[in-house]
Design a protein around this ligand. Structure first.
Ligand code: BGC
Length: 434
């Protein structure tokens, strides 16, 4: 069965954001940001305090960095040498889920099981040492309310995590209890931070002119340095970094696929922006659109963002690789004209995602500039979609250019690879050195 052309065009239009709409989205994001700065309950974003500002770049010492924010948990031992220099002395990592073996992120898993697993990894990173005193920075990449740099209470799971007994709890209390159960009393968590904040700290440690940090991966979120917030409990300089939790930004128009996906998701009504932007969801949206074109509405094919990357990367005239991927996932052979259409659809979904991310970056740049001039700056971004997904980065650049016009050359994006780990070590150093 060949795709219906009209239906295909209509679906493509659903996933297209023209320049005018892009401006509206950026303006609406900025407005939501301004509302939130006045009174956070007025914003659809959580705009969470991090109790940290910019590092000096001269933080020093050896720290343990726990990076917990996706299915892979990583623990590193990092030595900060100051002057923006550092060395990773050891790194261990393991997934929280191995299908058929264990699963610490499903509804049946408990907080204790999850944190015992994490404590085990920390123990591995310190080689079971019970003598040396270790300070630990914890990048915990889920929306959490902080009362200081070391206290973050999980508001709600995102990224389809469902482990019981963690929502409403203080992440580092659960971690500390697990470390104690293991007898690792010499490891002391001293800082907890969102991964966006970690990326901002990590990038700012090495490079000047960075005020915005973002993750563009399984999940999506952005933070920025807000100069107007001062708090005696805040470490670092320049004000306080606000973790926007902009994955929850709602003041935009989801299409019918976004709506349908959201309704069937683990947390309906939550993270609407993230469900349109991040890698966790793009494959699902693509699958829904293909199912509609094939007259199989409701069928799930398990397409992922990696499949999408591979489909785009196949530039051969017969699209053999793309056809094979689709055959394996959809369970039927599509004729080459339809494979071409799927490839167009994949591109449209990636480009939409990149344009939305760009709109949010520019909105923050505008907000920071206020009525003054936009200063020269880099937006630090980490994450597999930004780093590896074809079309993502170039479309962020293009969309930022459309939005910034004459100021386009003042703002660029830079990759901060591994910032989640380094940022945790920097935050720990900032907490300990003060
Ligand atoms: C979480 C954020 C996190 C982002 C990227 C989102 O689902 O809510 O806290 O920064 O994923 O990991």
């Amino acid at each position: 069965m060949a795709f219906n052309n009209e239906q295909f065009k209509e679906i493509m239009a659903e996933f297209t954001i023209d320049s005018e709409r892009l401006q509206e989205i950026a303006a609406s994001f900025r407005q939501d940001l301004q509302l939130g700065l006045r009174d956070v309950s007025l914003s659809s974003m959580r705009m969470l305090k991090s109790y940290v500002g910019l590092p000096s770049g001269n933080e020093k010492g050896e720290y343990i960095a726990l990076d917990f924010g996706g299915t892979n948990v990583r623990v590193s031992k990092i030595r900060l040498d100051g002057n923006g220099k550092y060395e990773i002395l050891k790194r261990v990592g393991r997934p929280l889920i191995v299908p058929g073996k264990y699963d610490y992120i499903c509804k049946d898993a408990t907080a204790e099981q999850m944190f015992d697993f994490i404590a085990g990894l920390i123990d591995e990173a310190i080689d079971g040492d019970r003598e040396t005193k270790y300070y630990l920075g914890h990048t915990f990449s889920f929306p959490s309310t902080q009362t200081d740099l070391n206290n973050a209470r999980l508001i709600i799971w995102t990224k389809e995590f469902a482990t019981q007994g963690v929502e409403g709890e203080v992440a580092n209390d659960l971690l500390l209890a697990a470390l104690k159960r293991r007898g690792a009393n010499n490891v002391e968590p001293v800082a907890v931070l969102n991964d966006t904040v970690a990326v901002l700290l990590s990038a700012a440690y090495k490079t000047p002119d960075i005020y915005i940090g973002s993750i563009y991966a399984t999940g999506h979120n952005t933070c920025y340095l807000e100069p107007s917030i001062h708090d005696p409990n805040c470490f670092g300089s320049g004000g306080m970094i606000l973790n926007l939790e902009c994955g929850n930004f709602m003041k935009l128009m989801p299409n019918r696929f976004d709506k349908e996906y959201d309704e069937g998701s683990e947390k309906p009504g939550e993270q609407r922006f993230e469900k349109m932007v991040s890698g966790r969801y793009m494959g699902e949206l693509l699958g829904m659109a293909i199912a509609e074109l094939l007259g199989e509405k409701g069928k799930k094919y398990g397409l992922t963002s990696i499949d999408m990357s591979n489909i785009v990367l196949d530039e051969s005239p017969n699209l053999f690789k793309a056809s094979d991927i689709l055959m394996a996932k959809i369970g039927r052979e599509l004729d080459v004209e339809d494979v071409k259409k799927v490839r167009e659809l994949v591109k449209a979904i990636i480009i939409r995602s990149a344009r939305l991310a760009a709109a949010s970056f520019v909105a923050i740049v505008w907000q920071r500039a206020g009525s003054g001039k936009i200063v020269k700056q880099h937006v630090a971004v980490d994450g597999s979609v930004y780093e590896k997904m074809p079309l993502a980065k170039e479309n962020i650049v293009k969309a930022m250019g459309e939005l910034l016009g004459d100021d386009a050359d003042k703002v660029d994006t830079i990759l901060d690879n591994g910032g989640s780990g380094l940022g945790a070590a920097i935050a720990a150093a900032m907490a300990v050195e003060k």
